[in-house]
Design a protein around this ligand. Sequence first.
Ligand SMILES: Nc1ncnc2c1ncn2[C@@H]1O[C@H](COP(=O)(O)OP(=O)(O)OP(=O)(O)O)[C@@H](O)[C@H]1O
Length: 329
Amino acid sequence: MPADQQTDAPAKARAVAALADVPREPGAKKPDPILVVDKVVRRFGGLTAVNVGHVEIQRGAITALIGPNGAGKTTFFNLLTGFDKPDEGNWAFNGQPLQGVAAHKVARRGMVRTFQLTKSLNRLSVIDNMRLGATGQRGENFWRALIPGLWKKQEQDVTERADELLARFKLDAKREDFAGSLSGGQRKLLEMARALMVNPEMVMLDEPMAGVNPALTQSLLGHVKGLRELGMTVLFVEHDMDMVRDISDWVIVMGQGEVIAEGTPDEVMADQRVIDAYLGAHHDGAADPDADPAADTAGPAAPAAPAAGEPAGPTAGATAPKPAKEDGQ
Ligand SMILES: Nc1ncnc2c1ncn2[C@@H]1O[C@H](COP(=O)(O)OP(=O)(O)OP(=O)(O)O)[C@@H](O)[C@H]1O
């Protein structure tokens, strides 16, 4: 059965059971952490963007990383995956230290993250983007490349895997199209499919729902759950609280660079500190019964810009949808 159509019961039940007795507090120890982070600090001039004392990510679970804009989520992703360097701190993946390890080597060790497709990748075909996702595996080794038979076999293997993944993500019909011609949702699928080229143990998704048309939402959610079903660990940053509630086994909340809360989605969303630091920013206006009814006639609702210094809030289904950036799907 395709991964996105599998029921998520067994892997979900395992993850929920494993996390049942974990203390609901920042830095809580997990029974089987795949990633352990200690005292990671990143400063930009006078600003401390990330100051994470201790955090553990449970193997085989889907963990959401949430928090207001500027909380340090993306910077934290960049640090963990070798795209940025911390001022202090260390972290271990599968028990192996990762600090100072270059991004492509981090991916080879089994931890990958998705990116928005850059302009240059937009000008490559979908299948070439997929092949590029395999870079850093065995392919570019110089001495191996001198042995033509080996090289060719490897290229075939890479293309075969790329085609399998394109079929799984229902992008096979787009194989020869420029990546730049894809809709927002299809790009998200391509990013995810491309990340899987290295056969990772852990996948980190940066706002997988941003810019995705509702028509593709369920498919994307299914694919993320499918990763857990295939035994992978998922850590994702997201402002869409419906998605967070739907697919996460555990939620970590960041505020001003620090982890301020951890727990199940329901617990975290009911936590007063989280409401104050993040969720509350939207509770006032969005669900206000006295809100101007004429606002509905102005087309799709866009959340009001936060006042200076006010954290931008999350989106919560019908109450505060984030404007879709793009998706022709
Ligand atoms: N390269 C940089 N130079 C200077 N400041 C930076 C840099 N990158 C991030 N910052 C600052 O660090 C803080 C954390 O930013 P970051 O993008 O990690 O937050 P975030 O939680 O991912 O926000 P969002 O939800 O908007 O993506 C912000 O104040 C940001 O302005």
